[in-house]
Design a binder for this molecule. Sequence first.
Ligand code: ANZ
Length: 931
Amino acid sequence: MADYSFRDSEKKWQEYWESNQIFKSEVDSNKKKYYVLDMFPYPSGAGLHVGHPLGYIATDIVARYKRIKGYNVLHPMGFDSFGLPAEQYAVQTGQHPAITTEKNITRYKEQLRKIGFSFDWSKEVRTSDPAYYKWTQWIFIQLFHSWYNKQTDKASPISDLIKIFEKEGNANVKAVCDEDVTVFSQSDWNSFNEKQKEERLLAYRLTYLADTMVNWCPELGTVLANEEVKDGLSERGGYAVVRKKMSQWSMRITAYADRLLTGLDGLDWPEAMKEMQRNWIGKSLGAELEFEVVNSEKTKIKVFTTRVDTTFGVTYLSLAPEHELIPSLTTKEYQDAVDNYVTMAKNRSERDRMSDVKTVSGQFTGSYAINPFNGEKIPVWIADYVLSGYGTGAVMAVPSSDTRDFAFASNFKLPIIAVQEGEGTDITKEDFDPKKGTMINSGFLNGLTVKEAIKKAVEFVEEKGYGKGKVNYKMRDSIFSRQRYWGEPIPIYYKDGIARTINEADLPIVLPEIEEYKPTESGDPPLGRAKDFTYAPTGSLERYPIELNTMPGWAGSSWYFLRYMDPNNETILVDKEAEKYWNQVDLYIGGSEHATGHLLYSRFWNKFLFDLGVVTSDEPFKKLINQGMIQGRSNFVYRINGTAKYVSCKQKLGYETTEMHVDVNIVDNDILDIEAFKAWRPDLAEAEFITEPDGTYLCGHEVEKMSKSKYNVVNPDDVVEKYGADTLRMYEMFLGPLEQFKPWNTNGIDGVSKFIKKLWKLFHNEKGDFQIENSAPSREEFKILHQTIKKVEEDVERYSFNTSVSTFMICVNKLTELKSNKRQILEDLLIILSPYAPHITEELWSLCGHMESITKSNFPQWKEEYLTESDFEYPVSINGKMRVKLNLPLSLSKEEIEKRVLESDIVQKWLEGKNPKKVIVVPNKIVNLVI
Ligand code: ANZ
């Protein structure tokens, strides 16, 4: 046999693994389990580029490693297959998103297959599959029928809540619920009609319909997320966006805020990710404080403050433009000005309003309030830096301590009456011009530290009945409705205007067929186009309309890791035994861009399912690693301005040129394939070139994001075709630490490709025939092997894959030098290399005569005895003269060396029966005796 033919071999082994279901995993309580998971991809039309498999290669190495370490490994793959691109493509072309999605999945699977991943495809899930989303809908229904009981600190059935209401009303219920629930008694409850009862219950349900302010884009016919709006226009298309109140399904994720926060402490995640979630949840300890309005004692303005200690310095109040008291607070004189201001402010997105420090805009209402601490009369303003969704939507402004209040007050020439003492204020003494304000003291808080002052002020406020201590979270409940087609239907129907859940037995509610994927003319979501999208509950002759909104992209991905454990179960979301066995994901690898989206939502749903008893673990992902991105390495050519001439990179000095991206696939080691370049585009056919002296055209290069528009996308299929999957896998790992961002640079790939060839040669003689020997290896050979085993094991255990690759290279180089072809050495090398280069190792393993796949072998145990240089030849001198050389093991202690030296016959002869006066042992060097 001649050179290694990776094409045949890789294809052969991929087929072998597949047809023998080598990676299929079943619950086996006699074996330790290991669950290793990738963030599943959205199957986009563009296919995979070399950046995508980076994380998958890392998890695959771990999965294969853990298997040969004796673990039962669950390593599944699936598709996050609902989503916007397929829908937009459908709107443009009329092609059903299911068809494009299916086509893309086929392509993805083909690409993944070629890289030799050890996925258990029998566990595959697709979020757009009705058999899967049946359970996404089921979770929605459970959320609808649950409320959050603060006393037990978990979700409980709504039926329990109803029992409480029937017995005693809601006065004693401690729940996470809407802010504005009014108290009702037992008899109130019993006198409510069904609709009234439903309205009350909605305020408690974990998923609920609420009128929410949304970014509505009439042109696109949909609600947009905050990050999709820039300067009041839609990011895509630049259409006008207005803030609008719409009835939307929401998820009461805030009920879990504290548990989501404390749960982070026990997770082995990158600290930066945990910090991002902490900030997103944004827990603030503070107080709510009420301000009476002058001439209207009944109206009270409630503010949320984290600095109740600064109340003496309050010089005005400001309300969010959406605040409900504005109409009643606005005096006649200011009516027009207020109306204009409110209209203007409402249409700016929250994000713009928060970031826009300079244009602190505002409007006086004409009303005044009373500062409860000192009885001062203070004006009530409207300011759009106050957000309606946070706290109470009203702030007490302390311009001497808070930068925004200070900027606002300066802008509107409002008084700044106090400089607070103590650390912790935003404004420094230097910033504050005392001429602008009067220094006053803080009454009973004088001289205290901020912490002490806050504590004392809260006590004061509570005692006097001005307000109470309060915890606030930045995190909001998540809006769940989408006006889209390609998502899960929400399992709700409406009867008599009341939202009701579809019977579980009737799930899934399958996405109906429609002709066009756009909103209807009357502004209903696309599902409004379906002919008969109605539901008849069992026993009912009448049919009722089904909810027209669909679920957001994050619904299906919030629980997919559970379904992998038992993907085909039709009667339950996940089998109890399977869940108990596979339990948490032991290792999860994916991008850091999901910090406050997917990773937070899935923790939320998991906690809810935990409360429900569906899962046994409160946290889904024990360990998380964020793989860095592989960036593109772009190449450039330089056109001399006004000509069709291109000048090579090192010759361009003195020319006025325009830099142009060139397709990296027609560049090799920065050298342009001139003919391919001419053929690349019709306008380049006549191109002329000024080359380097050797006749080549040298391109410039730069590291950028990998993207089609930069012509720097490298397709893994091409790399596999040219070098083989084993080379691609090892090369991607070799690029650098997994977490790091790093450019794709094919210049180094030859090194890895050579390594694979060298490995092959170790097993073959000069003539190219397979030949290994059964004779015992030398100590040196063992040493090389065992050092490698140890290093590779340590590396995988700490997810340092790039260092393993270099270790393998060193090992193969050393064995090549020794012309080592001992079975005992080479077979173990194959086993430890198999997670990285699974194909060639299978091939050589079978050539070694093994009938069973190398994936069934055992990771060898390294032995200490082989790691050390075994012996050292000690020169032993007696009275300054070297008399003998003794071979002693290196592992000996000083005392043991001395003992062994003295025991030696030759030394004994020189000692002539005397005891030496002095013995000096210098380990690894010399022994000196003085007699
Ligand atoms: C007086 C004060 C004095 C404040 C001071 C801060 C510093 P965090 O920590 O983010 O929770 N605030 C309250 N509700 C607001 C809203 N809806 N929109 C904008 N700002 C709002 O911030 C809480 C602080 O932000 C509150 O404490 C309030 O200003 C302001 F030296 O009250 B503070």
